[in-house]
Write a protein that binds this ligand. Structure first.
Ligand SMILES: Cc1cc2nc3c(=O)[nH]c(=O)nc-3n(C[C@H](O)[C@H](O)[C@H](O)COP(=O)(O)OP(=O)(O)OC[C@H]3O[C@@H](n4cnc5c(N)ncnc54)[C@H](O)[C@@H]3O)c2cc1C
Ligand code: SF4
Length: 550
């Protein structure tokens, strides 16, 4: 909302405004220019540069890039290692059982896929977009949606130069209004403006609640004799118990690089669980630890993943705007892949916007985009796997995974024994009170293979201007104490992968400390807080992680 006590914001007019320079937003921008070079397109990105906030695996299904930029394979713009070996294991505390590839549903195969840094893919897409005439503004967070009557009319970037206590510092500058005939919201999982739009337009009314996971990742350079370029390895099971969903990935690529990561589904029940510590513990498994002997950890980060799939996708079109990519929830959970659908959805949105602009339309609802995605390759990717996540949540890893596998096999032949299962509760409603759960004793880090949170955050190169308002808004501090602390034993201190939240004793009383400058923008607190009492809003543009090679 415009504030009458402040100077007016400057406004710029575009045909299309894109929020987020991830694969979805950049694919939309590139496609808009390919289809109509005269269309004016601007992209805002809260990271200090394109790719700075991108964290992914990543094994990519090339279906999206092949459609967007058919020459990409021949270009030398980023490292891409073809998958040559694809393995899946179920882990026990000291053993591992390999599931033969012939038993794996065909749609999980990584044959034909590539191992990349998705951040580097975005840097490549950003250059392609700029070469086509797209204006990209990194270091600017979209902080507010602009409306004309009830239609989205663009966004405003956040004001800069506000002190912690709200005073205007010497460099204070108002944000910009970027007005557009259509706005593409491509903020990734749990976008802050996307969340507000879903609430305002009731976009999720006929959908299941969105489900999420937290994905933690480290990038290592390993010893030459440990490197198996092209190897893609996934696991389920240990160190998680049967009732807690999640698993690992390990990808060998490039110059002795190994991307290792761990995903914990955010519908876990025990408030004592710490996804970061589970990840560290996972690396000590006999199947895993040898990979890292003599290696060096070079980057760390974390990011939420949208896991609800087909039945959780909200309405993706509303007056003046659309959702694309993981902000819409287009991620395929059993494949742990969403970047291909991010690209495809950005392209699909661009095609519908171009048609509307050519017809002289503006700020209306792109009903064609809404109608098209389920019958498109995105829908064909998501529909056959729609029951994997609910079966996993209901029956646990072993039985749930087996039933999910069976369902994916039958779906290959066009039918499902289960119809379309529901997810039920949102992830904020799944914690049990601490009194009903057992604390988990995690081993101490050794500083070689396993690490603590603070030395890890250091490797994410996270940086925020310290003298600015805290961007993690706790609506009711008393409720945080009486419920988050007293009932659930302060799970935020454990689920936050960056050590932002702490409960410290002061004069015999617990005090909630928020080290906002450590935040890596994963959005887990916004999702998992049991009272939905924490809201993540964008800090000053340019703040946050500065990932390299992630
Ligand atoms: C640990 C992990 C492993 C994964 N592995 C794989 C894999 O192997 N293969 C695969 O295909 N997919 C994988 N995924 C999923 C994949 O990363 C996502 O599907 C993909 O990144 C979604 O693209 P997106 O453009 O929708 O969003 P994002 O990639 O999240 O990009 C969103 C961009 O928007 C910016 N942004 C957000 N809000 C604002 C705002 N208000 N103002 C300005 N900028 C904003 C962000 O900074 C970011 O740059 C993985 C994800 C995780 C977390
Ligand atoms: S404060 Fe929230 S968004 Fe930031 S790193 Fe922690 S859990 Fe993630």
């Amino acid at each position: 909302m415009s504030n009458p006590e402040l100077p007016a914001r400057e406004a710029m007019e575009f045909d299309v405004v894109v929020v987020g320079a991830g694969p979805a937003g950049l694919a939309a921008a590139v496609r808009l220019k390919q289809l109509s070079p005269d269309t004016s397109v601007v992209v805002v990105e809260k990271g200090s540069e394109v790719g700075a906030h991108i964290l992914s695996g990543a094994v990519i299904d090339p279906i999206g890039l092949d459609a967007l930029l058919p020459d990409w394979r021949g270009e030398d713009a980023f490292t891409k290692t073809a998958v040559t070996d694809d393995r899946f294991y179920v882990l026990g505390p000291s053993g591992a059982l390999r599931v033969p590839n012939m038993l794996m549903p065909r749609l999980l195969s990584n044959h034909g896929n590539f191992i990349v840094s998705l951040g580097d893919v975005c840097r490549y897409l950003g250059k392609k977009a700029e070469a086509l005439g797209v204006e990209i503004y990194p270091g600017f967070a979209a902080a507010e949606v602009l409306y004309d009557n009830d239609a989205v009319a663009g966004i405003a970037t956040g004001d800069m130069g506000i002190g912690k206590d709200g005073h205007h510092k010497p460099g204070f500058a108002r944000g910009m209004e970027l007005r557009g005939k259509y706005t593409v919201f491509a903020e990734g999982a749990r976008g802050s403006l996307t969340k507000a739009l879903i609430a305002r337009y009731g976009l999720s009314q006929n959908a299941e609640p969105q489900k999420f996971g937290i994905g933690l990742k480290e990038l290592w350079q390993v010893a030459p004799d440990r490197h198996r370029p092209g190897l893609v390895q996934h696991t389920a099971g240990w160190p998680l118990d049967n009732a807690t969903g999640g698993g690992s990935f390990l990808y060998h690529f490039g110059d002795r690089l190994v991307a290792v990561g761990f995903v914990v589904h955010l519908n876990y029940a025990n408030p004592y669980l710490a996804p970061f510590e589970e990840f560290q513990r996972f690396k000590t498994h006999p199947l895993i630890r040898d990979t890292f002997a003599g290696g060096k950890r070079i980057c760390y980060g974390a990011r939420a993943i949208s896991e609800g799939g087909w039945q959780s996708v909200p309405r993706v079109a509303f007056p003046g705007g659309v959702l694309a990519g993981c902000g819409a929830g287009f991620l395929n959970v059993p494949r742990i892949k969403g970047s291909h659908n991010a690209v495809l959805s950005g392209m699909l949105a661009a095609e519908h916007i171009t048609t509307a602009l050519a017809a002289g339309r503006a700020n209306d609802e792109l009903a064609g985009y809404e109608a098209a995605w389920r019958a498109s390759p995105i829908g064909r990717d998501l529909r056959p796997v729609r029951n994997v996540k609910p079966l996993w949540s209901k029956f646990g890893t072993f039985l749930g995974f087996a039933l999910g596998g069976l369902d994916m096999w039958t779906s290959t032949f066009g039918f499902s024994l289960f119809g379309t299962l529901r997810h039920g509760k949102p992830d904020s409603a799944t914690l049990k009170p601490a009194a009903a759960c057992r604390p988990i004793a995690y081993p101490k880090p050794d500083g070689k293979l396993t690490f603590d949170r603070l030395s890890s955050v250091y490797l994410s190169n996270t940086n925020h201007e310290e003298d600015q308002p805290v961007h993690l808004l706790v609506r009711d501090p008393a409720l945080q104490k009486s419920c988050e602390h007293d009932v659930f034993a302060g799970p935020s201190a454990r689920y936050c992968p960056a050590g932002v939240y702490e409960w410290v004793e002061e004069g015999g009383q617990p005090r909630y400390v928020i080290n906002a400058q450590n935040c890596v923008h994963c959005k887990t607190c916004d999702i998992k807080d049991p009272n939905q009492n924490i809201t993540w809003v964008p800090p000053e543009g340019g703040g946050g992680p500065n990932y390299s090679g992630m």
